[in-house]
Write a protein that binds this ligand. Structure first.
Ligand code: PCA
Length: 206
């Protein structure tokens, strides 16, 4: 059995009901074959991500997890994006869901400009595609909390190559936006497809 940390994010901006949160909660209840799951949902907050991650992983030494799978929504995505890279930069002036702002342009001052996920990205994309789920590798997790969490996690895991860690940006689903939101994206697959996608992914990581 693999010790697997699965994370999601709460609401932010026009995302009133984040599918990443609901996916994480779904697996918290259902579990997943071959995995002992630990599930956490982070508020979309720089401070909460920093302190929550430190509480989960500690600040040094070994980490108890074999896999760390982090989820967030990218409502403009028309596929499941398996992120390859975390960059050491927050988008300037971007306010989080609690009114907090990134403290520095660099997430961890003086650390590497970018760090690479060691998830088997190509295998995941292949198996998702084979399951009829549109998927692609991505080289940019953006400049907001998703990249922030990915970079902080990869930085913490430096020197611990046995922990497979990475981030998946999922598209929105019909619940993501308020019913009267004029900017609702067209590509909004049913929640069941999100569940199936993460089942396939967790199967690769067994
Ligand atoms: N998506 C945002 C933050 C939380 C989420 O689900 C992002 O892409 O950074």
């Amino acid at each position: 059995m693999k010790q697997t940390l699965l994370t999601g994010f709460g609401p932010f901006g026009e995302v009133v009901n984040n599918p990443a949160e609901r996916i994480a909660r779904h697996f918290e209840l259902s579990g997943a074959p071959g995995h002992i799951l630990t599930v956490r949902v982070f508020p979309v907050s720089y401070e909460a991500v920093k302190s929550g991650l430190a509480a989960l992983l500690g600040t040094e030494g070994v980490v108890q997890f074999d896999n760390i799978v982090m989820l967030g929504v990218n409502s403009r995505a028309a596929e499941w994006r398996i992120e390859r890279i975390g960059v050491n930069a927050d988008e300037k002036g971007k306010v989080d869901a609690t009114g907090g702002m990134a403290q520095n342009a660099e997430i961890i001052p003086g650390a590497s400009v970018q760090l690479f996920s060691n998830l088997p990205v190509d295998d995941i994309v292949r198996d998702l595609t084979a399951a009829g789920i549109p998927a692609a590798p991505s080289d940019s997790a953006g400049g907001y909390l998703c990249n922030h969490l990915l970079y902080r996690t990869l930085h913490r895991l430096q020197g611990l190559p046995s922990v497979a860690a990475g981030f998946i940006h999922v598209p929105c689903d019909p619940e993501t936006f308020a019913a009267d939101d004029k900017n609702k994206p067209e590509f909004a697959p049913a929640f069941e497809q999100h569940v199936r996608a993460i089942e396939v992914l967790l199967e690769v990581l067994r």
